[in-house]
Design a protein around this ligand. Structure first.
Ligand code: BES
Ligand code: MN
Ligand code: ZN
Length: 496
């Protein structure tokens, strides 16, 4: 069970005997709220004995401190004041969530001596609490002992002078956390439960937030000429879908921002079948589509002042008597023909039609696609940063900046004519695989052939969308990578 938090901001503490969480900068600083939590000076003394120095994510845990109105006081280290980013405040909130355990009432003293608590920081802290609380355990019928005793519903009072402005922004914290947690959930769900049709239904559910959602069926996609996407789907017993989500929070008639996602609900590789080891991870091959859906949730829930489109191509890649073969030539919606070399290079085929459709129908200000596209990006960058490919330096730099701020990092990779040549085909306009070398780059070159002159960025999230290292704000296999990054981009560059 994920913990349910009820979070409010207040100017002072209710001091009602539950858990108090204090924050402390490293160096010569007192913990926040110490005059309330530590009237007898025992916590300060304990910190000295334990050698607790406020080092980042360090924890000092005291039970029944003498004369304190609280049953338990936990001090969390923040590290050095001048180095704190937005992401650090998220991490502090996540760390706070991890110490709650059995407490049902929690008081957080946020105004740490030595640093100014802006409403933004307060809200980032709250978002961190909510992100850490997510767990995917709906399919665990037996709970562990300590899970049984853990509080299921926790009331958190965050004490800060910035309480009023922070309260007003709480809707936005909830919107971000819910968007990220939705993306995580979609990635974690097993592939028998979440097929293309079921995923499309989850996208359709965003209508309750005011998002306009259309679902294209195979017949409709065939009429549009989406031969690349449909070729991937033809080996599956489950029909393909495309979901088009529109949020119009900006000026009437203003060209939208477009986010496009690879939604391969399961990738066996098709006839070019993958080896058995770790194939179960390919339930997460819709991580790009999950991030786009989560982002659309966030933008709508916080009523972002922007026009945005989310488009996701939903297919299952299966081997079958009707599956596509290596050697097949398919015609994409753009009219360009593609020779299938490897049926496991399917994500780019789905995106080729999704990108072209997005560009033709919406004439967006930019297109950003997210895709668990290549194993090669894991070889290059591991699971710590996503690969960024772009035809537009401005867009690329904005994305890199949003990555630094949000902690969802990007590393720019090259594109170029010589790489593009590698995917020319003997028989068709292009082939869908350029082989092992520069695998992530040739995949990006493939996508580039379907974006025309539109400013475009491709994020290869094969390493970051799932199975990335667990941390203060994420304890789940599906990370929700991309939602906070793109929400940050929209806030910083397109709403201001
Ligand atoms: N979905 C995979 C990429 C992937 C690999 C995602 C590992 C997450 C973890 C993609 O469809 C794929 O199979 N790519 C091939 C391309 C190759 C056949 C040109 C790959 O990376 O090996
Ligand atoms: Mn594949
Ligand atoms: Zn794939």
């Amino acid at each position: 069970m994920s913990v349910q938090y009820t979070i409010r901001f207040a100017p002072s503490a209710p001091a009602d005997g539950g858990l108090a969480i204090a924050l402390q900068l490293s160096g010569d600083h007192a913990p926040s709220g110490h005059s309330v939590t530590d009237p007898a000076g025992v916590i300060t003394r304990a910190a000295g004995i334990a050698g607790f120095s406020g080092k980042q994510m360090g924890v000092l845990d005291l039970l029944a401190p003498h004369q304190s109105p609280f049953d338990r006081v936990v001090v969390i280290g923040l590290g050095k004041a001048d180095e704190l980013t937005a992401y650090d405040w998220l991490r502090a909130g996540g760390k706070a969530s991890s110490v709650v355990k059995r407490a049902e009432t929690v008081t957080v003293f946020l105004d740490a001596p030595g640093t100014d608590i802006t409403p933004e920081k307060a809200v980032d802290f709250a978002t961190g609490l909510l992100l850490r609380a997510y767990a995917f355990d709906a399919y665990k019928t037996k709970k562990k002992d300590d899970e049984d005793k853990a509080a299921k519903s926790v009331t958190v009072t965050i004490v800060t002078a910035a309480h009023q402005a922070a309260s007003e922004r709480m809707v936005s914290a909830q919107a971000v956390a819910d968007g990220v947690n939705l993306a995580r959930e979609l990635v974690n769900l097993p592939p028998n439960v979440l097929g293309p049709v079921e995923f499309a239904e989850r996208a359709k559910a965003l209508e309750s937030l005011g998002v306009a959602v259309e679902i294209l069926t195979e017949t409709e996609m065939a009429k549009l000429g989406m031969g690349a996407l449909l070729g991937v789907a033809q080996g599956s017993a489950r029909p393909a879908r495309m979901a088009i989500m529109q949020w119009n929070g900006g000026a009437d008639g203003e060209a939208p921002l477009a986010f496009v996602g690879k939604g391969v609900v399961f990738d066996t590789g098709g006839i070019s079948i993958k080896p058995a080891a770790n194939m179960e991870d390919m339930k997460g091959d819709m991580g790009g589509a999950a991030a786009v859906t989560g982002l659309m949730h966030t933008l709508a829930a916080r009523k972002a002042k922007v026009n945005a489109i989310g488009i996701i191509g939903l297919v299952e890649n299966m081997p079958d008597g009707n599956a596509q073969r290596p050697g097949d030539i398919v015609t994409s919606m753009s009219g360009q023909t593609i020779e299938i070399i490897n049926t496991d290079a399917e994500g780019r085929l789905v995106l080729a039609d999704a990108l072209w459709y997005t560009k033709e129908r919406f004439k967006p200000r930019f297109m950003i696609n997210l895709a668990t596209l290549t194993g090669a990006i894991l070889v290059a960058l591991g699971n710590l940063q996503a690969g960024l490919f772009s035809n537009d330096d401005d867009l690329a730099n904005s994305l890199i900046a949003a990555g630094e701020e949000s902690g969802e990092k990007l590393w720019r990779m090259p594109l170029g004519k010589d790489y593009d040549k590698i995917i020319d085909s003997k028989f068709a306009d292009m082939k869908n695989s350029g082989g092992r070398y520069a695998g992530s780059i040739t995949a990006a070159q493939f996508l580039k052939r379907f974006v025309g002159e539109t400013p475009w960025a491709h994020l290869d999230v094969a390493g970051t969308a799932m199975g990335s290292p667990l941390n203060e704000i994420n304890q789940s296999w599906g990370s929700g990578y991309g939602v906070r990054l793109l929400d940050q981009l929209v806030r910083d560059r397109y709403e201001a």
